[in-house]
Write a protein that binds this ligand. Structure first.
Ligand SMILES: NC(=O)c1ccc[n+]([C@@H]2O[C@H](COP(=O)([O-])OP(=O)(O)OC[C@H]3O[C@@H](n4cnc5c(N)ncnc54)[C@H](O)[C@@H]3O)[C@@H](O)[C@H]2O)c1
Ligand SMILES: O=c1ccn([C@@H]2O[C@H](COP(=O)(O)OP(=O)(O)O[C@H]3O[C@H](CO)[C@@H](O)[C@H](O)[C@H]3O)[C@@H](O)[C@H]2O)c(=O)[nH]1
Length: 339
């Protein structure tokens, strides 16, 4: 397939591009580098340095589909600056849907999120569970899910939303490099590496076994593989939704223990109040993704921490990564001038 990957210079997008290229697809990347890195775009992919609002100048009928990862995605920021999420996620995705419809691009795989569920009642979340986001980030992604359902029914789009739980780990050198970094595991690894004095535990009074928030961490390589399956499974005129997690909950304290174990470092952690917008527990039911896509993750939290630690420690590390590795990015195409 010929595919456009939006957000392909980002953490997850770069690993999706890596796997699509390894499977022989033709890949073009649209990214404005707002949070991504040019050196994460793999050789073999054509890069358009452009904003999503300019996607109409790139898409044409030669594309078989779009994998849409470009977004703003920080829960805390979405609480303090919600307008950035309505513009950056909802309005920008509407521009993408308009451009796809106009060009006749038939399929879309979208990065949705566990944050659409809010504070779930049950122990493991199914796609049919109630959606009631507790923050504007989740609300913006839920709005897009609704947009895709309507677009599929009205105009025949083949759409799949993948609701990621907490993505972690690395694929060779491709790792999380956000600035500022808000995610738990990369922050813990910074402490282990001596780049930060101590880590923060946000909330110790949650109704969980050890009082800290529980999340379902999923390895970025397992996650990326689900995109390849979704692209093949998408059916015109339908919008399907899949939760992507391991089905295992891990508390903040348990993640800290895993980091201490893998790195052999002390990793001091300071207890702090809850972070605004954070639910207590988010754990996926993976049944639907298994039944329909045949997708099942294989890597556990220790592997995620270990791969991220190796990637942080060595520029040349490639533990069990796909063979393509990180390569020199291709020069921006003419669309680069659009930004
Ligand atoms: N990391 C997680 O745990 C997680 C969990 C659930 C869902 N997601 C979703 O997965 C996707 C990727 O997340 P990530 O962690 O790789 O984030 P990231 O910030 O590393 O990657 C996002 C990429 O999109 C680009 N981008 C953002 N807005 C853009 C725009 N308007 N035009 C062009 N490019 C733009 C950024 O430059 C960046 O390269 C996001 O949609 C996010 O909401 C992530
Ligand atoms: O320094 C830190 C950072 C985080 N946490 C806690 O660790 C958990 C995980 O936090 P983080 O790694 O920041 O991820 P989330 O805020 O859960 O959000 C991620 O996972 C969501 C799906 O569950 C996605 O929607 C988001 O895009 C993605 O950023 C939360 O309970 C945080 O409060 C800490 O205690 N200390």
């Amino acid at each position: 397939m010929k595919l456009l990957v939006t957000g392909g210079a980002g953490y997850i997008g770069s690993v999706v591009v890596q796997q699509l290229l390894a499977e022989g697809h033709t890949v073009e990347v649209l990214d404005n580098l707002s949070t991504g890195h040019a050196d994460s775009i793999l050789g073999g992919a054509i890069w358009h340095e452009a904003d999503l609002l300019q996607v109409g100048r790139i898409l044409d009928s030669s594309f078989d589909g779009v994998v849409h990862l470009a977004a703003r995605s920080l829960v805390g920021e979405s609480v303090s600056h919600p307008e950035r999420y309505w513009h950056g996620n909802i309005v920008a995705t509407l521009a993408l849907l308009d451009a796809m419809r106009e060009a006749g691009v038939p399929r879309l795989v979208f990065s949705s999120t566990a944050a659409v569920y809010g504070e779930p009642a049950g122990a493991s979340i199914a796609e049919t569970d109630q959606t009631m986001p507790t923050n504007p980030y989740g609300a913006s992604k839920l709005a897009i899910d609704h947009m895709l359902t309507a677009e599929a029914h009205a105009h025949g789009l083949a759409a799949i939303s993948l609701r990621y739980f907490n993505v972690a780990g690395a694929s060779g050198e491709l790792r999380e490099r956000h600035d500022p970094e808000t995610h738990l595991i990369p922050n813990l690894l910074k402490v282990a590496a001596g780049e930060k004095e101590s880590a923060s535990i946000f909330g110790t009074d949650y109704p969980t076994e050890d009082g800290t928030a529980v999340r379902d961490y999923i390895h970025v390589r397992d996650l990326a593989e689900a995109h390849l399956r979704a692209l093949k499974a998408a059916v015109p005129g339908t919008h399907e939704i899949y939760n992507l997690g391991t089905g295992t909950g891990t508390s903040v304290r348990q993640v800290i223990d895993a980091v201490r174990e893998v790195t052999g470092r002390e990793v001091p952690a300071v207890e702090e109040p809850r972070r605004a917008g954070d639910p207590a527990v988010l754990v996926a039911s993976g049944q639907r993704a298994l039944d329909d896509l045949g997708w099942q993750p294989t890597r556990d939290i220790r592997q995620m921490v270990s791969d991220a630690w190796t990637a942080l420690g060595s520029d040349t590390a490639s533990p069990d990564a796909a063979s393509s590795g990180t390569a020199t990015p291709t020069a921006p195409t003419s669309a680069g001038g659009l930004a």
